[in-house]
Design a protein around this ligand. Structure first.
Ligand code: NG6
Ligand code: CA
Length: 508
């Protein structure tokens, strides 16, 4: 009898140990994460989202092997605030100075706060930022281009960074690796100004005959590589990037980061320059889309995605790597250069069935493509779950069982199950910001009254602003053509109150 009890006890203990080690093994499962964050790619720009006018086979491969979301959102209709929210878990509009940042802005994210890369780093990951930054560099005095550029990505939790400071159309046109401008000759210091001309380099305003690509609006300041930019710069000749090479350079850096960390768990934030202006792809993509440089830049983006996927395959990392692909805001055709994007657009609809585009309060401003692939864990398919990029911080913290400061990431909700396709409910409320606020709850979209201009002539964008409240039923009117606010005053009041409550959250 006693013997039997002993063997039962031993068997029980054995099971207990087994259970314990399995749970350790499970909790130690730390997939790599590659977040490919495109610039200005619209809801209708990828063939897996329905366009027949452009072919993006590599992105489509990702979509067919993973989950494709139809209700995923960036938090804002421009770059800087969307990236701020993605990396901090807080709506950018809660903090002043989070609009489109000039190229000489100070870092707008406070070091020490919880961040998306910081969550991965604390969990023992190597964390890389490659590509577009556009969140400022340096302390209150601004970036020291000729010295140490900090604080920046490294101080926010990235263990390695290879970035451009702002955008392709803003000076200075140089790469920054960790704290230094790449290839800077100390005898040729960089100087940058956003208020007045500095140095004697030609500008688009004074010497338009020197431009290879003319501007349509703005972009008439310092000419670099035959392209007029926003802002003035001089110096740093040896460090200047070549626009045609940018995709190769960033993709090469992304691959190098993956290779270097193939034995560590890693998080790679690969923020491509494509398809932002100026659209200057290398000769191998020129003319290949038939849609002009904007379409060619889409093909280039697809190539970048393919290179990353190939690298994961080659290193045997595909099954243990979550690949997320999304965009920072909606599409724009003419964003300031005469690059044939308008003339060659043809029937292609960058926003698909949505109204508006980049800068707009209508859906195309913030509803963006989102793909998530994790072989064996995420079932391939399509999800209608409402997702906001502001939740990525809480999602990945939950996946890694990593604590973070919830007061910092105050808008980030754990929606990991929705992101991995385990439920279809997702977020109850989506907040969109384009200067004007909107909120989406279920099928209803409310756009708050706004006296801002309704149409941007420069970019030909319907901005979605109206002095009257707007309410749309997205189930029957995805294109936001019929404002039904007058028919549903109760719904308007309720959504208005929801928005107010969210806005006042930090005041509580
Ligand atoms: C605008 C620029 C536009 C683009 C945008 C930022 C002009 C006239 N327009 O001010 O070209 O750079 O800022 O785009 O200068 S974003 O995707 O980085 O938010
Ligand atoms: Ca953008």
């Amino acid at each position: 009898m006693q013997k039997r009890l002993l063997s039962y006890t031993l068997a029980f203990l054995f099971l207990l140990v087994l259970a314990e080690t399995t749970s350790i093994a499970q909790s130690a499962k730390r997939p790599n994460v590659v977040l490919i964050y495109a610039d200005d790619i619209g809801y209708g720009d990828l063939s897996c989202y329905g366009t027949a006018k452009i072919k993006t086979p590599n992105v489509d491969r990702l979509a067919s092997q993973g989950l494709r979301f139809t209700n995923a959102y960036a938090t804002s209709a421009t770059c800087t605030p969307s990236r701020f929210s993605l990396l901090t878990g807080e709506y950018a509009w809660r903090q002043k100075g989070t609009g489109v940042a000039p190229g000489n802005a100070s870092l707008i994210i406070r070091p020490g706060r919880s961040t998306l890369p910081g969550v991965f780093k604390a969990a023992g990951y190597q964390t890389g930022a490659v590509g577009k930054w556009h969140l400022g560099l340096g302390g209150p005095e601004g970036p020291d281009w000729n010295g140490e550029l900090k604080p920046g990505p490294i101080e926010l939790g990235f263990t390695h960074s290879y970035i451009m400071a702002a955008t392709g159309d803003r000076v200075p046109c140089v790469y920054v690796e960790n704290h230094r401008v790449v290839n800077l000759d100390p005898n040729d210091p960089i100087r940058v100004d956003y208020n007045q001309k500095i140095g004697d380099w030609p500008t688009g305003r004074e010497n338009p005959e020197l431009l290879n690509m003319k501007h349509s609006h703005g972009h008439d300041m310092t000419i670099v590589n035959g392209v007029g930019r926003i802002g003035w710069m001089t110096g740093g000749k040896a460090a200047l990037w070549k626009d045609e090479d940018m995709a190769d350079v960033f993709t090469g850096q992304a691959i190098r980061f993956i290779e270097a960390n193939q034995k560590n768990p890693f998080f790679l934030y690969f923020a491509t320059h494509d398809i932002h202006v100026p659209r200057v792809p290398p000769p191998r993509f020129v003319g290949k889309s038939g849609l002009g440089p904007r379409g060619d830049a889409l093909l280039e983006f697809d190539w970048e995605v393919g290179e990353v996927l190939k690298t994961l395959d080659r290193l045997g990392l595909t099954n243990n790597t979550i690949v997320v692909l999304s965009s920072d805001n909606g599409p724009v055709v003419d964003d300031g250069y005469q690059d044939q994007a308008v003339e060659k657009l043809g029937d292609h609809k960058p926003a698909g069935p949505l109204r508006g585009g980049k800068y707009s309060a209508f859906e195309a401003g913030t509803r963006v493509p989102l793909l998530v692939r994790w072989p064996g864990e995420v079932k391939a398919g399509v999800s209608k779950a409402p997702i906001s990029q502001v939740d990525f911080l809480a999602d990945f913290a939950a996946l890694l069982k990593q604590p973070y400061n919830q007061a910092d990431a105050m808008d980030s909700e754990n929606q990991l199950d929705a992101l991995l396709g385990r439920n279809l409910s997702g977020r109850a409320l989506i907040v969109e910001h384009a200067g004007t606020w909107s909120v989406v709850e279920g099928n209803w979209k409310y756009i708050e009254p706004s006296n801002r201009v309704a149409f941007d002539k420069n970019t030909s964008t319907e901005l979605g602003n109206d002095p009257k409240p707007q309410l749309y039923n997205l189930a029957t009117d995805l294109g936001e053509k019929h404002n039904v606010a007058d028919q549903y005053p109760g719904r308007v009041q309720q959504l208005k109150a929801q928005l107010q409550r969210i806005r006042e959250k930090d005041a509580q």
